[in-house]
Design a protein around this ligand. Structure first.
Ligand SMILES: NC(=O)C1=CN([C@@H]2O[C@H](COP(=O)(O)OP(=O)(O)OC[C@H]3O[C@@H](n4cnc5c(N)ncnc54)[C@H](OP(=O)(O)O)[C@@H]3O)[C@@H](O)[C@H]2O)[C@H](O)CC1
Ligand SMILES: [K+]
Length: 266
């Protein structure tokens, strides 16, 4: 294993610089490429022939936005994606509209379950359980590099349940988790924290975006020392930095081949 990492603090600064006037990207552009690389990594790991029904769990920030984009590409790649999106962001209305147009179901705030005084999302475990049971795989696009533990509601309940269901379902059939940028719930710089074990997921696939975060080193290390050895995969995606830009931030550009948007790190 040899790859350079970027800390949570620098990942946020790098992201800002990509969208500054001196570099010139828009969030939409970056998210489109990030989401496309996630979908491509899913395809390389679990093709639609064996894992047609993908459940994308999208969080309220840009990690969730990557998940919404990935869902659209997965549909175009031959999957039947469903999106579970508990706290929709007003910034991504366009992405939601696209999903509706593509006929991709989005499970979001359940209006008859919203407390009318607080407009709060009320977690219904039966809804999530059914979605988990019906899926062949889960894309974890809940939180990325801006996550700071501990998890707050409703995501604490959601994560706990995904972890429990996944452990049970794993016994019957492989139901992989593919995490976008970071396994949700892990500390970006330290990896899974023992005090939060109830929601420490262990994904089968990690798709690091732009550059792996220090938690990715833990992901590879823990997998290497466990029964999962040889069965986990780590991809790099988000193919949008030039060699000069990467040099300045002391990250690797990624050995992408041809037109690929994602490259496996070994
Ligand atoms: N350059 C790139 O690589 C790009 C990566 N992209 C993706 O963007 C995410 C980072 O997105 P960001 O919006 O900064 O952050 P997150 O999606 O990780 O999370 C922000 C939301 O999470 C809430 N939050 C944070 N901690 C908790 C917690 N403990 N419990 C519950 N909720 C939490 C936070 O809420 P606040 O109230 O705290 O604001 C936000 O709502 C990166 O990882 C990539 O996936 C981009 O697509 C483009 C470029
Ligand atoms: K994630």
């Amino acid at each position: 294993m040899s790859f350079r990492t970027i800390s949570s603090k620098n990942a946020i600064l790098l992201d800002k610089e990509l969208m500054s006037t001196s570099v010139g990207f828009s969030l939409d552009q970056l998210m489109e490429l990030a989401g496309l690389s996630v979908a491509e990594s899913v395809y390389k790991s679990y093709p639609p022939k064996t894992h047609k029904k993908m459940l994308i769990i999208a969080g309220p920030g840009n990690n969730g936005g990557d998940g919404l984009v990935a869902a659209r590409h997965l549909k175009l790649f031959g999957y039947e994606p469903t999106v579970y999106y508990p706290k929709p962001s007003s910034s991504f209305k366009g992405l939601e509209t696209q999903l509706h147009r593509f006929g991709i179901p989005i499970i979001t705030m359940n209006t008859d379950k919203i407390d009318p005084t607080k407009q709060k999302f009320i977690f219904d475990e039966n809804v999530l359980r059914k979605l988990l049971e019906e899926s062949d795989g889960i894309v974890d696009a809940i939180f990325g590099f801006s996550f700071r533990p501990p998890l707050r509601a409703p995501f604490d309940q959601i994560l706990k349940m995904v972890k429990q269901e996944n452990e049970q379902l794993l016994k019957k059939k492989l139901k992989p988790i593919i995490s976008v940028d970071l396994p949700t719930g892990w500390d970006v710089d330290k990896g899974p924290l023992p005090e939060y074990d109830e929601w420490n997921l262990f994904p089968q696939v990690l798709v690091s975006l732009t550059a792996p975060k220090p938690a990715a080193v833990e992901f590879v290390r823990l997998a290497h020392n466990s029964a999962a050895k040889g069965r986990i995969r780590h991809f790099l995606g988000g193919r949008f930095v030039s060699p000069a830009f990467a040099d300045r931030w002391k990250i690797d550009v990624g050995r992408y081949v041809g037109t690929e948007q994602t490259v496996e790190l070994k």
